[in-house]
Design a protein around this ligand. Structure first.
Ligand code: ADP
Ligand code: MG
Length: 351
């Protein structure tokens, strides 16, 4: 997917003024509340009119104020999933799903109903009304309805923000599965850096109606480490735990990690803050932290007044952070060796 945008739109004191070209299948739009993300989404989908500008999607001009081109929303083939599902209350689940299908021109229809129902695991809900669905089920139906309209681009405007953590990670899996199974590129909009890391490769960072940077989710996380109260979040997908005392032992990087908040599920996603990794020069005799990893420094970076330390621990990779004095005292530089101590309780299970 290639999207070229140059748009201006003002509402009183707020103005959106953005110019960018972005390529990729998993693009993120990241910015704080009020920065103009939803305005950008509604301009792209054609739900609002820009004051000025151009939108070109995969080489096709869908909006051009100079050339007076303004392809109507239903012909743009841009689907939107919102924070709230907005299902039609008088229709069954199946009716809601088919609405998306009927809205698309027959020549463009390329999503098989049964395959989509299988990917979203909503087969048992089809004849139900939408009132008694759970929040997660409603969001799955809303995703299904949008995907069935065979969009060439899916806009997801904070689709996870109204969900609690457990549900959020289930919906993430469904969103990924649907976009991958039917090869639909997406623009994933969120104020959550963690969601960007999971959902997006290229990221447009938006601030006060302007594009502040076009970067990767990984670089964004690194550049914000020193300013963020939670540091850099290491994401670890771990599988097949073994019970050890009251903890779970997961294979990782050629060694094992001991984690208090383990789960019996075959696979789980954990976060570990760069602030929760203690770096030590010499192997201690005994230590209360249950994880002591032998690591090499593969690089360092600066963020705020902190030094980020890229660690290679066997085949595992982690980012730790230290203040500059600590980096000096420990002699941290590329190639130096350290031990990383991590408490079993420092890992938080996400999904
Ligand atoms: P975000 O999605 O990043 O939270 P929005 O695009 O919703 O940001 O809003 C950006 C700014 O534009 C906010 O200050 C908001 O109040 C304003 N705004 C959005 N839509 C309208 C509108 N239809 N009329 C007036 N102001 C609007
Ligand atoms: Mg918004």
């Amino acid at each position: 997917m290639e999207l070229h945008v140059s748009l201006q739109k003002s509402f009183g004191a707020f103005s959106l003024d953005v110019t960018f070209t972005v390529q990729g299948e998993r693009v993120g739009v990241f910015g704080p509340s009020g920065s103009g993300k939803s305005t950008l989404a509604s301009l792209l989908a054609g739900l609002q009119q820009p004051d000025n500008g151009v939108i070109r999607l995969d080489g096709e001009l869908i909006y051009d104020s100079q050339g007076a081109i303004n392809v109507p929303p239903e012909q743009r083939r841009i689907g939107i999933v919102f924070q709230r599902p907005y299902l039609f209350p008088h229709m069954s689940v199946k009716g809601n799903l088919l609405y998306g299908y009927k809205r698309s021109a027959p020549a463009n229809r390329r999503i098989d109903f049964d395959s989509l129902v299988a990917v979203l695991q909503i087969g048992h809900l089809l004849s139900r009304g939408v009132h008694n669905l759970s929040g997660g089920e409603k969001q799955r139906v809303a995703i299904g309805r949008t995907v069935l309209s065979s969009p060439r681009l899916l806009l997801m405007d904070e689709p996870l923000s109204a969900l609690d953590d457990t549900l959020k990670f289930q919906i993430i899996d469904y969103l990924k599965a649907a976009s991958e199974a039917f090869r639909i590129p997406y623009l994933f909009i969120s104020h959550s850096l963690l969601e960007m890391r999971i959902m997006a490769d290229r990221v447009l960072a938006v601030s006060a109606g302007r594009i502040e940077a076009q970067t990767t989710a990984e670089d964004l996380a690194r550049s914000r480490m020193g300013l963020s109260p939670v540091g850099y979040i290491n994401l670890l997908r771990l599988a097949h735990p073994r019970r050890v005392g009251g903890m779970s032992a997961y294979a990782w990087g050629g060694t094992e990690l001991l984690i208090s908040a383990g789960s019996d599920r075959p696979e789980a996603l954990f976060e570990l803050s760069s602030k929760d990794i203690i770096l030590i020069k010499q192997h201690p005799d005994a230590i209360s932290a249950r994880n002591l990893l032998d690591c090499a420094v593969s690089g360092t970076f600066r963020s705020g007044n902190k030094v980020g330390v890229d660690l290679a621990c066997g085949d595992g990779r982690l980012v730790a952070e230290v203040v500059q004095e600590a980096a000096r005292e420990l002699g941290i530089e590329k190639g130096s060796r350290l031990f990383a101590a991590i408490k079993a309780s420092a890992f938080r299970r996400l999904g």
